[in-house]
Design a protein around this ligand. Structure first.
Ligand code: FES
Ligand code: FE2
Length: 345
């Protein structure tokens, strides 16, 4: 499978990585993560090069991972530094890959590309999550489909009215949409004035029986980071007077057919109301899990491939953002593959 390599992928929430080993499959590769009090988060390949035992089931000994099978020890650079057998000589091939790690926006990001190019400035800006005066919530959903289906699902809000009757509003099928390229990102916007909101949104915003002007703005950045912001304003009022609900949706392939789905959102009202945070998180998470993921799992099953275009899908107007994002990602992967074929080995 071809993944874009020279980019950062979210591997875990920062809070998930502690001094215990965390095993995770990312881009079809087993990886072990852990936190060192002095030097931060480390990540190395999770398959021992001796007999391919899972290093994540080993233990940390003096800051090194000891393989649970025959006890070879690997340091944070992935190099075997202790061999308890025979004269202790260490075969040169006894090493696993180390992945550069960086922590930003409450997530741990790993670099799967060429070493030396891992610039943390390339991590997408999701800093709104730590904006003062806001309340944040976050969750992971285990996604049963290819990661690009999850990006498509956020870029295409036309499904909301049908798949999420509790959340859906006419805005998603009837609003005025635009899709454009902003730098290297795809941005989809939707505007629907004088809109009636669903019961859940109305309750949340305390706007029952009121109409609002609604703007939705979705920005996709390769390989699969999406920021989705909803704005709700009094009819006729400018957007900067609106109540703003931003969220991010970061998708990391576990395999070609499964996805780690990290989402988080904030709000800037009733920020101290923990019960409200929990209520929104529960309602939102249930929608992503029980409605979106369930549909994507069924789609993936019937598709039988992760190559959407090979099935020649029917394209609707609301698909423009997803199609553009897929084309862009495809192009980036192609350029990267061509460059690595051309480079001397
Ligand atoms: S499998 Fe890891 S030391 Fe043997
Ligand atoms: Fe959805």
């Amino acid at each position: 499978v071809n993944y874009l390599r020279n980019c950062w992928y979210a591997a875990a929430w920062s809070a998930e990585v502690g001094s215990a080993l965390l095993s995770r499959c990312l881009l079809d590769q087993p990886v072990v993560l852990w936190r060192d009090t002095g030097s931060g988060v480390h990540a190395i390949g999770g398959r021992c090069p001796h007999r391919f035992a899972p290093l994540g089931q080993g233990k940390l000994v003096n800051g090194r991972i000891q393989c649970p099978y025959h006890g070879l020890q690997f340091d944070a650079a992935g190099t075997c530094v202790v061999n308890p057998h025979g004269d202790g000589a260490i075969p040169r091939e006894a090493r696993v890959r180390a992945y550069p790690a960086a922590e930003r926006h409450r997530l741990v990001w790993l670099w799967f590309g060429e070493l030396g190019r891992e610039d943390p400035a390339l991590i997408p800006d999701l800093s709104f999550i730590d904006e003062p005066g806001t309340a944040a919530m976050s969750e992971t959903v285990y996604g049963h489909g290819n990661y690009q289906l999850f990006s498509d699902n956020i870029l295409d809000l036309g499904h909301a009215e049908f798949l999420h009757p509790g959340f859906g509003a006419p805005v998603f099928t009837k609003g005025k949409r635009e899709t454009r390229l902003v730098g290297d990102s795809v941005q989809c916007t939707i505007f629907h004035p004088n809109d009636v909101q669903s019961p859940i949104v109305s309750q949340l915003l305390e706007i029952t029986n009121k109409r609002v002007d609604y703007w939705g703005e979705i920005t996709w950045t390769a390989p699969a980071t999406l920021v989705f912001t909803s704005y709700y304003a009094e009819p006729g009022m400018p957007r900067d007077t609106a109540r703003r609900l931003p969220s991010f949706h970061v998708f990391t392939p576990e395999t070609d057919r499964t996805t780690h789905y990290f989402w988080a959102g904030t709000r800037d009202f009733r920020v101290d109301d923990a019960a409200l945070t929990e209520q929104i998180q529960r309602a939102t998470g249930a929608v992503f899990r029980d409605e979106d993921d369930r549909m994507i799992a069924a789609q993936q099953e019937l598709m039988g491939t992760s190559d959407l275009f090979s099935l020649r899908p029917v394209i609707l107007p609301g698909d423009s953002g997803a199609v553009l994002a897929r084309r862009l990602l495809e192009k980036k992967i192609r350029i990267e593959a061509a460059a690595s074929d051309a480079s001397p080995r």
